[in-house]
Design a protein around this ligand. Structure first.
Ligand code: CP3
Length: 383
């Protein structure tokens, strides 16, 4: 698809207050199915999401959603194994592109899982419908940690690199292609607990009785995930999100010991080789840790909806961009309510350095027309 950035369109909609312009002219003119569009080709412009993440001037907040997949369920019936769906280049590309084709978000996230690298680290796992992740031989002793191998992405997950390269070509800078990894503490919580957990008692027993064993495991995940981010960037990812979903199960003092140093190690390592690659940190339920999250050195912190965006923005300080944080449940509301919440969130985040998103992924059963409305309103906003 041939597209061109049309800078003249930007100037018509510069507003001091937010104005929803659902019928605004598209910023990109694309030729669809061979029809000739004016003006002419080439898309060398940086995606909006990258500019916002880097704190550059943007006309509106970029928008994307997690689990934004459209006709995913149909594919699940045909390919019932999650590992098959996420480890086959064609399926990964197809699933990743579904939301892109339907909603044209500003970010297209790779279809994969934070657990995907585990087999390559000698930790066999599966993701079972109705049960979630299962680790066949949970890691709980020094000898278990010893058996964990450092991750070599191009040997273990070549399909991820191939899929990213294809996605980058398909999306052609009209949106940013996003890669992602799990953070060391969150990965450790799965492999120590043996799967999802409610009380995190097994990893806490390890942390609080044999911290050296857990630190050795976290170190392996940190060096491996740094390598994995570098690999994803080399293959086409233009920004990478780090999921530390369970770090917020830690009290702040334990976050400083078991999560923060490893996040920092990942960020420092990646910034040495890829200084311009925006890194986004996601931790749900992070209200008690907000001031500590920018200490990791990431470019963007993603907040969930339990934090007021204006307060979150203030508490993060001026040096990072913010992502989020509309309640995914809002998408079950009326269209008017959805519009109001989007505007409220964008106003509270302030001009620039904001990537509009939900505070977590789309919930199963969300009406697709409401997702479409979310994107339409968001893309019509102007600062
Ligand atoms: O947005 C996207 O579509 C990108 C793909 C993506 C998946 N998982 C696919 C997936 C992403 C970014 C993830 C991240 C992920 N995986 C996280 C961090 C985000 C968060 O939610 O906090 C975590 C903790 C995991 C681990 C994981 N994977 C769990 C707990 C589950 C079970 C969830 C459930 O609803 O059963 C998975 C499975 C999984 N990974 C699904 C998807 C779309 C749902 C099950 C399926 O599709 O078969």
């Amino acid at each position: 698809m041939a597209c061109i950035y049309n800078p003249s369109v930007t100037s018509i909609s510069t507003k001091l207050n937010f104005t929803s312009l659902p019928n605004h002219k598209p910023k990109f003119f694309c030729s669809l199915g061979g029809a000739v569009a004016e003006p002419k080709t080439i898309n060398a412009t940086e995606p909006l999401l990258l500019n916002a993440a880097r704190g550059k001037e943007v006309e509106r907040p970029p928008v994307w959603l997690m689990r934004q997949a459209g006709s995913y369920q149909t594919l699940c019936e045909k390919h019932p194994s999650f590992r098959e769906r996420s480890e086959n280049v064609d399926l990964v590309v197809e699933i990743s592109l579904q939301p892109w084709e339907v909603f044209k978000p500003d970010g297209v996230i790779l279809f994969s899982d934070i657990l995907t690298p585990l087999t390559g680290m000698n930790i066999p796992f599966d993701i079972v419908k109705g049960k979630g992740p299962i680790i066949f031989d949970p890691i709980r002793t020094a000898a278990d940690v010893e058996k964990v191998q450092e991750f070599t992405p191009d040997e273990s997950v070549p399909y991820v690199g191939e899929a990213l390269t294809i996605l980058r070509k398909e999306v052609n800078n009209e949106a940013a292609v996003l890669g992602f990894v799990g953070a060391p503490f969150t990965l450790a919580s799965y492999v120590v607990e043996g799967g999802s957990s409610k009380h995190f008692s097994k990893i806490k027993r390890l942390a609080f009785s044999e911290p050296k064993v857990l630190h050795a495991l976290l170190q392996k995940f940190a060096t491996s995930m740094a390598k994995y981010i570098q690999y994803q960037a080399d293959k086409g990812a233009q920004a990478v999100q780090i999921f530390d979903s369970w770090a917020t199960e830690l009290s702040p003092v334990d976050f400083e010991e078991f999560s923060l140093p490893y996040l920092k190690l990942i960020v420092d390592t990646v910034k040495r080789t890829h200084p311009d690659l925006p890194l986004i940190l996601y931790a749900s339920g992070s209200g008690g840790l907000i001031e500590r999250l920018p200490m990791t050195g990431v470019d963007v912190v993603s907040l969930d909806w339990t934090v007021d965006m204006a307060e979150g923005r203030r508490r993060l300080g001026p040096n990072v961009a913010v992502q989020g944080n509309v309640d995914p449940g809002v998408l079950f509301g009326s269209k008017e309510f959805i519009t109001d919440r989007i505007k409220d969130t964008v106003r509270k985040a302030g001009k620039g350095k904001h990537i509009l998103n939900l505070g977590h992924g789309i919930v199963v059963g969300t009406p697709e027309e409401n997702v479409a409305h979310f994107f339409e309103v968001a893309k019509g906003l102007r600062y």
